[in-house]
Design a binder for this molecule. Sequence first.
Ligand code: 1CP
Length: 368
Amino acid sequence: MSKGELIIPQDFPVLQNDTFLKAARGEEGHHVPVWCMRQAGRYLPEFREFRAGKDFFETCRSPEACCELTLQPLRRFAFDAAIIFSDILVVPQAMGMDVQMVAGKGPTFPEPLKEPEDLQRLRSKVDVDKELGYVFRAITLTRHKIQGKVPLIGFTGAPWTLMSYMIEGGGSSTHSKAKRWLYQHPEASHMLLKMLTDVIVEYLLGQVAAGAQALQVFESHAGILGPLQFQEFSLPYLDDIARRVKERFKETQQEVPMIVFAKDAHYALEALSQSHYQVVGLDWTIDPRSARDRTAGKVSVQGNMDPCALYAPKECISDTVRTMLEGFGTRGYIANLGHGLYPDMDPEHVGAFVEAVHRHSKLMIKQK
Ligand code: 1CP
C-alpha cells in the first residue's frame, strides 16, 4: 500500500480481536478486554525518547508521530484496544485559543478567558476538517497501521473540563476561577458549554469518519462540581453529545460505542447509566459491586483499579485484579485503571496488570 492510500479512510484491515467491542455491547468474549488510560505516555522509555526535544502540540499535529506513539504500547503489551495519541486541548486551539505545553508546568493558556466578553474571541463555528484534520489523518493512518490487531478509540474532552482549562489557563487544584463563572455568569457559562458541545459533536463524527471504532469522552474535572452543578453544567451536555452523535450514526448506519468517563462523579452513576452512552467509565473510588447495582445492568462498565496499585509487587497486582474481576463480573466489562498511568510507573507492572486480567478472566469464564 502506498503512503497516500494510508490516509484514505477505507479498505481498513479486518479486525481480529473484537473483545473490547463485544464488552462495550454488553457481551462476553473469551477474556475480559483491557487497556489503560494514558497507555501512550511517559512511563514508556521509547515514548520519552521519541518525544525528546519536540514540542508537544507539534507532535500532536504530525499523523506519523501520533501513529507511532499510539502503536508503541501495543508492541509491548497485549492490550485489547488502542487510543489515538492526541490531547483534549486541541479543541480550544481549534476554537482560536493559544495553548502551549510548558515543561514542568503542563498545558498553559497565555490568554485564558477572564470575563464573558472574552467569548467573542472564540470561533463560534469551527470547520473541524480544517482545524482538526490532522487528528483525523492520524486516526486513518493508525487504523491502517494497526493492521486490525485491536480497535482504535478516538476521544475528546467534555465541555465542562475544557471550559475549566480555558478559564483557569492550565491545571488547577480548586478550579475556582472556572467555578466562579458558574455562580456569577451562569448564562455565559451555558453559552460556552453549548459552543463546545457543538464543536465536540462534529469533532467526534469526524473521528468516526476517519476510522475511530469507539469514542471516549473525558469529563476529568467532574469531581470539582457538586451533584447539583454536575446536573446543570455537565450532564446535559455529556448526554447531548452522545444523543447527537448517535442520531447521526443512524443516517450513516454506523454503530460506534461511546464511553463516558466522569472522574469522581460517583453521585451521578445512576444518571450516567441512563444516558445515551453504552459504557460508563469508573474511577477507583467506586466499589465494583455497588457500581453494578447502581447501574442496574443498563450499561457496560470500564475501570477501575487504583493506578497506584501498580506500585505494589507484581503478585499483589494479580490479587487486586482478581478481586476487581470478581466484583465486576466478566460480561459487559472492560478492565482499565481508574485514571491514567503516571510517568514514574514501571512498564513491567503494567504488563503484569494486563496479563493478570487475561489470565484470571479466562479462568472465570471457563469455570462458568
Ligand atoms: O510531553 C508529554 O508527553 C506530556 C504528557 C501528555 C500526554 C502523554 C499530555 C499533556 N497529554 C498526553 C496525551 C494524552 N492526553 C492522551 C493520549 C492517549 C493515551 O491516553 O494514551 C489522552 C487521552 C489525553 C487526554 C487528556 N489530556 C486529559 C483527559 C484524561 C485525564 O488524564 O483525565 C486531560 C485532563 C489532558 C490535559 C493534559 N494534557 C497533558 C497534561 C499533563 C494534562 C493534565 C494537566 C493538568 O490538568 O494538570
